[in-house]
Write a protein of this length. Structure first.
Length: 203
């Protein structure tokens, strides 16, 4: 069932009395805005039916809620999406995943790079439709943001794969030996990622 709510954001140090005074002053505006939002609820939620999204290997149920302001919060196994009328909730979820991928993939790449003793000269997210990562001769590494949907073990495999290209820019036996040094069960993880790829590329 879809519910509507108005949320007031204020710094944590703001006195409650000051917040209540502000709400009282804005009462008429809030009432009008609430009425407009209620009238547009069907349009706000039509783009994304109740479904799920993957995050670090877990299935999160999407909980879409019309709101005056957009925000996404995780609550256990649910991803609560506050979507203003006319805003595509699916795009909000995609942006949420990309933002987390930007931080998380850098962290996992740096973690494995320390073991290798080498670091990429540059890192960026990729939006490729069929490739999980790439490494150039100049040491530029790109990882697909959709990896944030996969378990950490698979993220680490792709990171190890691309980092190994800093040593061997090919797929020779020496290259795979380097991958296995960074990720001992690389072949099993590679097979698992191939099984999941079709699902992870859906978004």
């Amino acid at each position: 069932m879809t519910t509507c709510e108005v949320r007031i954001h204020a710094p944590c140090w703001t006195p409650r009395a000051e917040i209540e005074h502000y709400v009282s002053q804005q009462h008429d505006w809030l009432r009008r805005a609430w009425g407009r939002m209620q009238a547009r609820v069907p349009a706000a939620v039509a783009s994304v039916p109740a479904s799920e999204v993957r995050y670090l290997g877990r299935q999160l149920v999407l909980d879409i809620r019309p709101s005056l302001f957009h925000e996404i919060r995780r609550h256990g196994n649910a991803l609560r999406v506050y979507a203003p009328p006319g805003v595509d909730a699916g795009e909000l979820v995609r942006a949420w995943l990309v933002a987390r991928a930007e931080r998380l993939l850098v962290w996992r790449l740096a973690r494995i790079a320390r073991r290798l003793g080498r670091a990429p000269s540059r890192f960026a997210l990729s939006n490729a439709q069929t490739q999980w990562g790439s490494c150039t001769r100049r040491g530029h590494i790109r990882l697909n943001w959709r990896l944030v949907q996969a378990p950490l073990s698979l993220i680490d495999y792709v990171a190890a794969h691309e980092l190994a290209h800093l040593v061997h820019l090919d797929h020779s036996s020496r290259f795979w030996g380097q991958v296995v040094q960074l990720c001992p069960d690389a072949l099993a993880r590679r097979a698992e990622l191939r099984t999941l790829s079709a699902t992870l590329f859906l978004i």
